[in-house]
Design a protein around this ligand. Structure first.
Ligand SMILES: [Zn+2]
Ligand SMILES: [Zn+2]
Length: 364
């Protein structure tokens, strides 16, 4: 099968022929049909997240089950599935305490060193990002990575749930637990931010303020549930948020950009007892600053959020159902479709802020 391989930052990805094994045990072989191109992939390509190649990126895949290992009982060939490639073991302390996104025993879901690798490039082992492989025609994953979906759900829309939508919506539902009638500010109206905005709408937030520097994204944010939009390219977002929210600031802020400036603004715009949830990854070595007195005397909270505090098997079916009911809009989050060959262009468009998501499509 073909896959797009990352070698080193700054170099274009290369399409290579990969040897992929048959599934054993709890593994499932999936033919990828659609795969979202996420900002984390871009961060790796740009060298902001250090990763050494060769590696296959892509972590928002949706596809059709081709073969299953002998221990797999939940999936059968022909099933439509979405994948959260960061799998969980199901029996470590993190998994058992309700935080499978923090699983500390992922190694038990992988092949052992003496076993044949799942994928090989020119006779040598190659891995995919977080054990998946979205930018490839197929992937061989542990069954815990997958959730089955109805066959009438378009796979290009469904693929978004695997990372961007799960992360943004999970930050609101799971990490911050946004309450009805509250005020929310979301920094960054990309895939994650727009999902947070939608989740805030579903959760019943009273005022939802989208902050971005791209007018086209703010327009989408309004369509998806933002009650107010702040263009940070020509205003001070903290001041604007305070004006719009009243009461000195918002009850909840979400940072989905990953810069020092926006992370600090997400703290500064909080009302008394407000909570800032930091989602966007800052470049390694980048610290942020805040005034301790402001946080302490106002009992403000700052918390991190990894992949929406996802309990994948619980949350993914819920998001799918919200989509089926028309309450979660995935259709407007897909900006473009492309092919595996278009990946480098997809990264350029994402960096230029032209798209929310490009979805790579593989011929069926
Ligand atoms: Zn992602
Ligand atoms: Zn675990």
């Amino acid at each position: 099968m073909k896959a797009s391989v990352f070698y080193e930052p700054g170099k274009p990805l290369q399409i290579q022929e990969i040897d992929i094994d048959d599934p054993h045990g709890h593994e499932v072989l999936v033919k990828n049909i659609a795969s979202g191109v996420c900002h984390s992939d871009l961060h790796i390509v740009e060298g902001k997240m250090p990763f050494s190649g060769p590696i296959i990126l892509g972590h928002e895949p949706a596809g059709i089950v081709e073969k299953v290992g002998e221990e797999v009982t939940e999936f059968a060939p022909g099933d439509h599935v979405i994948a959260r490639v960061t799998v969980y073991c199901g029996h470590c302390t993190m998994c058992l305490s309700g935080a499978p996104n923090q699983c500390i025993n992922r190694v038990s879901t992988q092949r052992k060193p003496h076993e044949r690798p799942r994928m090989m490039l020119n006779g040598r082992k190659i891995t995919g990002l977080a054990d998946g492989a979205g930018f490839a025609e197929k992937m061989l994953v542990h069954e815990h990575a997958l959730v089955k979906i109805d066959k009438d759900i378009p796979l290009d829309k469904a693929s978004l749930i695997g990372c961007g939508v799960m992360t943004g919506a999970g930050a609101v539902f799971n990490t911050a637990k946004v309450q009805p009638g509250t005020t929310v500010a979301v920094f960054g109206a990309g895939g994650i931010g727009l999902s947070a905005i939608q989740a805030a709408r579903i959760a019943g937030a009273r005022r939802i303020i989208a902050v971005d520097i791209a007018e086209n994204k703010l327009a989408i944010a309004r369509r998806l549930g933002a009650t107010h939009a702040v263009d940070a390219s020509n205003s001070d977002p903290v001041e604007e948020i305070r004006k719009i929210a009243g009461g000195g600031g918002v009850d909840y802020s979400f940072e989905a950009v990953g810069t020092k400036k926006t992370a600090e603004a997400a703290i500064q715009c909080l009302a008394v007892r407000g909570t800032a949830t930091l989602i966007g990854l800052l470049p390694a070595g980048q610290n942020i600053e805040f005034t301790p007195g402001f946080v302490i005397s106002g009992e403000r909270k700052i918390q991190g959020c990894l992949s929406g505090s996802t309990r994948w098997r619980i949350d993914a079916p819920r998001l799918v159902e919200l989509y089926q009911q028309g309450r979660l809009n995935l259709d407007d989050m897909v900006s473009r479709h492309g092919r595996l060959e278009d990946l480098n262009e997809a990264f350029r468009a994402m960096k230029a802020g032209e798209v929310v998501r490009t979805i790579l499509m593989f011929p069926e």
